[in-house]
Design a protein. Structure first.
Length: 304
């Protein structure tokens, strides 16, 4: 099970009832935060979730509306006596930016471990899931992220018994580990069936639509994508500032074959995103306007 909460949906500046960009997910006792705009820690508290479990923070890019809430969040985590290290991921140079921001939050009681992204695509394994970063097209270096939870095949008890595999090896085999016992080597393929469908969330903002976005979002259970403007008359401004239209996000969702699309990162001039959704749903019917604290629980498919 993967909990997903879109904490903030505003781009450029916070608005009444609309905090700046942030997404939080929870899986197996671990929490991932993508971006940390102003108001993020307030939205976490309003949602009733804990900041203490955040062990990975991903930054898409270092514009202020995506990182301005970070000093306050980290200071609050420190004041709550957090001791465990935090993993912070972002484009090259993010460490220098974050350390500069932390001048106003000195003496944190936990370490920050940095991963700076330099290639077009990166893949990391963290806390039982895979995190894929992919570069998008903005005025500065910017990345989108996909969180994937893989699911191994079903454990076949009868096959294990037929091959006389010791019961004490079953748990590790089920986790995908090779096991050596009493001079014998047992491998997961001896007892696991075909790989089952896992879970995938893709998050992308501050970019023009490019093929790499759809390629990285393929098959996502939830695709959260920038929709800076809904009015077609704003297309020129979107192109000039390297942002995306509602309709363009819908086309990416359709091309990627995702299950559901949430729009986010609205322009301050966009007061009622619902007004543009009929046109969006003509392109991709499973599209929804994001709103602050919008939440969804993704669950694994039931086995036959």
């Amino acid at each position: 099970m993967l909990d997903v909460c879109l904490l903030g949906t505003s781009g450029m500046m916070p608005m009444p009832g609309r905090a700046l960009t942030a997404l939080m997910t929870r899986y197996n006792g671990s929490s991932l935060l993508i971006d940390c705009g102003e108001g993020t820690q307030v939205r976490i508290r309003e949602r009733g979730w804990s900041m203490h479990d955040i062990d990975v923070i991903c930054i898409t890019h270092v514009h202020g509306d995506h990182i301005s809430g970070l000093p306050g969040l980290l200071l609050s985590m420190g004041n709550a006596e957090r001791k465990e290290p935090l993993h912070l991921i972002g484009p090259r140079g993010v460490r220098k930016v974050v350390e500069s921001l932390l001048i106003i939050a000195p003496g944190l009681p936990f370490d920050i471990q940095y991963t700076e992204l330099t290639e077009k695509r990166h893949s990391l394994t963290l806390n039982g899931y895979e995190l894929q970063a992919f570069r998008v097209k903005h005025t500065v270096t910017c990345y989108g992220y996909s969180q994937l939870i893989h699911r191994a095949g079903r454990f076949d008890v009868e096959r294990a018994k037929q091959q006389q595999i010791p019961i004490r090896a079953w748990n590790r085999l089920q986790k995908g580990e090779d096991v050596e016992l009493d001079g014998h080597i047992y491998t997961p393929d001896m007892v696991l069936g075909p790989t089952r469908k896992g879970l995938k969330v893709t998050y992308c903002t501050d970019t023009r639509p490019i093929p790499d976005i759809a390629e990285n979002a393929v098959g996502a259970d939830l695709f959260i994508c920038e929709g800076m403007y809904g009015d077609s008359q704003m297309k020129g401004k979107a192109c000039e500032n390297q942002h995306m239209m509602f309709q363009e996000a819908a086309m990416l969702a359709k091309k990627a074959g995702v299950s559901e699309l949430w729009l986010t990162h609205y322009s301050p001039s966009l007061i009622r995103p619902e007004e543009y959704m009929d046109e969006v749903r003509e392109i991709f019917p499973a599209a929804k306007p994001g709103k602050d604290r919008k939440t969804k629980v993704l669950e694994f498919e039931q086995d036959d």
